[in-house]
Each structure stands twice: as structure tokens, then as C-alpha cells.
Design a protein around this ligand. Structure first.
Ligand code: XMP
Length: 509
């Protein structure tokens, strides 16, 4: 595998994904955490960073010690740090570059740039520049603006060290992936054996070894992650997996019944629990978004725990945690502010004193889908848009009533079905409707109406961290407006949300 040391760049996850796409396994680690060496580590990549290497508190590590064991590739900040620690010079300069640049090189023998065009578009994003490379290092590529676009050393340590001033991991570096591939295959001698099939095999064996003949309990949500995780655990231990699927009354229209049915079809040992009234009761009159989230998260844990106590001999808790949940908490800038407290079953393991089984802990979302496909999970689950844990509660602004939930479920269903019919569902990353606490005047037939407004939301995104509003066709929006107002009693106005994230968020609460 490859280790990526994270110095806080916004692109670190992209490096990891590019490497995984090349079927090589990699992990992201905080830059200052000591490396736990073993023979599976074949190379180390140093990421970019919001820091300048000349900042007083800039994270600096012992690159020579790493190169004594495996080849090293520094990207942007990683390259500048490499230049600096070996005695070169890095400084702010008017040579800074953002965006497109053209890397030029002419050494056909250079393994890192094997098969790369003599002039190749790369993406830059740096304020500092490498003014002088250390002695014993050599420049292997330049751009028009900067003399050092790529450099290397093969003499100071047992393994070679490379630095790239640009970002090979972004798609705008047109041959960037090929450069990473060269590093992995020709310099680190990695084999491309990280495939969904290999992952499934390994994971099932690992779960068998971890759990043995003990029992696992797990909450299902109907989403991709928990479904794929459950199926992997199921493959490993069969009927010793007990699943619980809670109806909190905040799911989409008919979702509980249809999803429960699909789970049973998959052979999962699943119990559906109707806890609607409990949730509605505790949420009555609550309009503060954070309070809603806390109530729902807390109640979920109560219901789950209550059910789990009926099961005997449970030693493990299964969870669909994925890699971004794990690495988001790692940042050299310290903990980030809480924008929204996301609902997951985070509080459960400590409370229930069980060990965790998390088969997807090291996968990105698109990899979860690939694995899901590999083990034959239906596209109904795999192609589904993300849906927040607190469900429709955070799409009903203001206090929640069962009537409002019903109204929103109907409007949402018209919209989602409409997207599917128009062939737009798979083109957007996530879509849903939001019920606004606004009543306005309208006219239907000869009657005056005074009813609610629903906002339609559809966004394009890669990972939900940033998003743009989807430019849905006007004709489609017109049809949705008509259909919703005609079909859903209580709604007389439809608006479309044209805010991106940031500065807005995807959900309204
Ligand atoms: P925001 O609104 O923060 O949403 O831009 C980003 C993505 O996260 C989803 N989301 C949640 N998912 N529990 C979840 O499991 C939550 O509490 C939660 N809040 C937001 C949201 O639907 C979007 O996909």
C-alpha cells in the first residue's frame, strides 16, 4: 500500500481516490503521526498544505528517514518541504501560479515522467516557489513561469525522492494520473491488486476472523453504506447478523415498507420497528434545527438499544462508517467548527459496550458502490441519492407535525418520481423538497387559498462537501410546479433553490 501523509490540503482525498482508481490501496495519515512501518508500505506521498514551509508553526517531518525505507513523492507543499529540509530555498515570490500551466521536460528515461507529453498541462496552486533546489537534487521538469516544476534525488537515501510543484491528483492536470501511476508502478513497484473482488474476499475473511461465532447487531438506514456493510457482514456470518430498521416517521413516502421488503429479499435477518409516534411526540413544538437533530439522534439510540437488549449474546455492533467519516476529523488546522451536528450512531458503541465491525471504514463512496455491485446489491440501493439521518425533520422548517410530514412526503414523491421519469435522477447528486414555514395567498378555481410553499432542491456534487445547484430544464421545473400544486393539498407555491454550497448548505437546516 501507499501512505499519504496529510498536511491539510483540500486535495488530499483526491490523491487517495486517484491512487485507489489505479487499483492500488492507500491510506491517509495525519502528517505528524509516527509511521507504523510494515512491509506492505511501498511508498509515501506528502500532500499539499494551507501552510507555507516558512511559517513558524509549519509542520515539518524527517523525509530522509522515510526515504531510507521507501520512495517518497512530495506534492506542492510536500515538494517545497523536501526542497527546504535538504537545504534548498523556498520563498514567496512573484512567480506564484494558480491554475493552468504547462510542464515541459525532455528526459525520456525519467521513470516518473514516462510516457508524459513533452509539454503537458498541469494545475498549479501555490504562493511560494522553490527558488533553489538542494545540492544533489536535479530538476526534471519546468514551466514557463517557474524553473522547478518537478525535481528528484536518487543519491541521498536508499530510495529516490521526487517533488512536484503542481497537483497531479486534480483532473485539470491532464496526465497527472499517469504520473501517479508511474510513481506507483515503476518507482514503488506496487501491484494493482486492489479490486472490488479482492476487497470483498479479504473483508469477508477478516470479519469471520474478528467475529467468529459471536453475534452482531446493526442498524440499517436504507442508504448505500449501511446496506453494503450489512451484506458484507451477512456474507461472513449469515444468520448471526441481526438488523434493525427503525421507522422514525421521517422517511420518504412508502420508503419504510419497500426498503424493509428489499432487505428481506436479500436474506437479511431484519426487524422493522415502527417508532413514528415516539418521534413525533418528542419533536412536537420543536423548531430549532440543532435541537431536532439531537432529539432524533438520542431517540434513535434509545429505540435501537431497547431492541438490542431483547437479543441475547450480542458482542458486536456493525456500522456503515466510510472513509471520509474517519478522515474528516484529521486536520493540521485543529478541529473544524461544527456547522451541523450530523446524525449517526456515533454515541452507540460506548453506550452499549460493544466492539465495532466496520467493513467500509477505508472506502470512499464510489468504492462502496463498486463493492455493492460486486456482491450483487440492487441498483435500487446503489443508485440512491444520499438522505440525511434526521430525514424529513430537517426539511420541514419550523415545528414538525404528522400532517406536514405527510404533505412533504407527497410533494417529495412527485418530485423524485418526476426526476426519474425525465431521466434526471442520475444526473444530480441529491434532490429533495423542503417545506417552508411560509403561507401565501393563491387562487385555485374561484377560491382564494392561503397555503404553504415548497422549495425544490437539486445539487451536483462529488462528495457533498461542496455543491452547485443543478441547472434543471425550465420545462421540467414547470411540470413539477404544476404537478405538486395540483396533487398535494396544502401547497399553492413552488420555488427552486439556486444556492451553491458554500455559502449555503445542501440541506436547509
Ligand atoms: P449539508 O446540509 O451539510 O449536507 O450541506 C451535506 C450532505 O450531508 C447530508 N446530511 C446528513 N447526513 N446525517 C446524515 O447522515 C445528518 O445529520 C445530515 N445532515 C446533512 C445531506 O443530506 C447532504 O448529503
Amino acid at each position: 500500500k501507499i501512505l499519504i501523509l496529510d498536511f491539510g490540503s483540500q486535495y488530499t482525498q483526491l490523491i487517495a481516490r486517484s491512487i485507489r482508481e489505479l487499483n492500488v490501496y492507500c491510506e491517509i495519515k495525519p502528517c505528524l503521526q509516527p509511521i507504523a512501518w510494515d512491509e506492505t508500505i511501498k511508498g509515501v506521498i506528502l500532500s499539499g498544505s494551507p501552510f507555507s514551509v516558512n511559517d513558524e508553526n509549519a509542520p515539518i517531518i524527517d523525509i530522509a528517514a522515510i526515504a531510507a525505507k521507501v520512495p517518497v513523492l512530495g506534492i506542492c507543499y510536500g515538494a517545497q518541504m523536501m526542497a527546504k529540509v535538504f537545504g534548498g530555498e523556498v520563498a514567496k515570490s512573484n512567480l506564484r501560479e494558480y491554475g493552468r500551466a504547462f510542464m515541459e521536460h525532455n528526459d525520456k528515461e525519467e521513470k516518473l515522467l514516462y510516457d508524459i507529453s513533452a509539454k503537458s498541462q498541469v494545475w498549479m496552486s501555490h504562493a511560494d516557489s522553490i527558488k533553489r533546489i538542494p545540492e544533489a537534487f536535479e530538476i526534471i521538469a519546468t514551466t514557463e513561469n517557474i524553473p522547478v516544476a518537478a525535481f528528484k534525488n536518487t543519491t541521498l537515501a536508499a530510495n529516490p525522492m521526487f517533488g512536484l510543484q503542481f497537483h497531479p491528483e486534480v483532473t485539470h492536470s491532464l496526465e497527472g494520473k499517469l504520473i501517479l501511476r508511474n510513481f506507483l508502478l515503476h518507482i514503488c513497484n506496487c501491484s494493482q491488486d486492489w479490486t472490488p473482488a479482492a476487497f470483498v474476499h479479504e473483508t469477508v475473511e477478516r470479519i469471520k476472523a474478528q467475529v467468529g461465532d459471536k453475534r452482531v447487531v446493526m442498524a440499517l438506514s436504507g442508504g448505500v453504506d449501511s446496506t453494503v456493510a450489512a451484506e458484507l457482514i451477512h456474507k461472513a456470518i449469515g444468520k448471526n447478523l441481526f438488523c434493525i430498521f427503525v421507522d422514525n416517521g421521517l422517511l420518504r413516502k412508502d420508503e419504510f415498507e419497500t426498503v424493509l421488503e428489499s432487505y428481506k429479499h436479500m436474506g437479511l435477518n431484519v426487524k422493522g420497528i415502527n417508532a413514528k409516534d415516539l418521534f413525533y411526540g418528542k419533536l412536537a413544538g420543536v423548531s430549532d434545527p440543532e435541537q431536532k437533530r439531537k432529539i432524533i439522534g438520542g431517540l434513535f439510540i434509545d429505540v435501537f438499544q431497547q431492541e438490542a437488549t431483547h437479543l441475547t449474546d450480542i458482542s458486536f455492533l456493525g456500522q456503515g462508517t466510510i472513509y471520509p467519516d474517519v478522515i474528516e476529523s484529521v486536520s493540521v488546522n485543529g478541529p473544524s467548527v461544527t456547522i451541523k451536528s450530523h446524525h449517526n450512531v456515533g454515541g452507540l458503541p460506548e453506550k452499549m459496550n460493544m466492539q465495532l465491525v466496520e467493513p467500509l471504514r477505508f472506502l470512499f463512496k464510489d468504492e462502496v458502490r463498486r463493492v455493492g455491485r460486486e456482491i450483487g446489491i440492487s441498483e435500487i440501493f446503489l443508485g440512491r441519492h444520499p438522505f440525511p439521518g434526521p430525514g424529513l425533520a430537517i426539511r420541514i422548517l419550523g415545528a414538525i407535525t404528522p400532517e406536514k410530514v405527510h404533505m412533504l412526503q407527497e410533494a417529495d414523491s412527485v418530485y423524485v418520481e418526476g426526476l426519474k421519469e425525465a431521466g434526471l435522477y442520475d444526473k444530480v447528486w441529491q434532490a429533495g423538497t423542503i417545506l417552508l414555514p411560509v403561507q401565501s395567498v393563491g387562487v385555485m378555481g374561484d377560491e382564494r387559498t392561503y397555503e404553504f410553499t415548497v422549495a425544490l432542491r437539486a445539487v451536483t456534487s462529488v462528495d457533498g462537501m461542496t455543491a452547485d445547484w443543478a441547472h434543471l430544464p425550465y420545462e421540467f421545473l414547470a411540470k413539477m410546479s404544476n404537478d405538486i400544486i395540483n396533487k398535494v393539498k396544502g401547497i399553492n407555491r413552488v420555488v427552486y433553490d439556486i444556492s451553491s454550497k458554500p455559502p449555503a448548505t445542501i440541506e436547509w437546516e
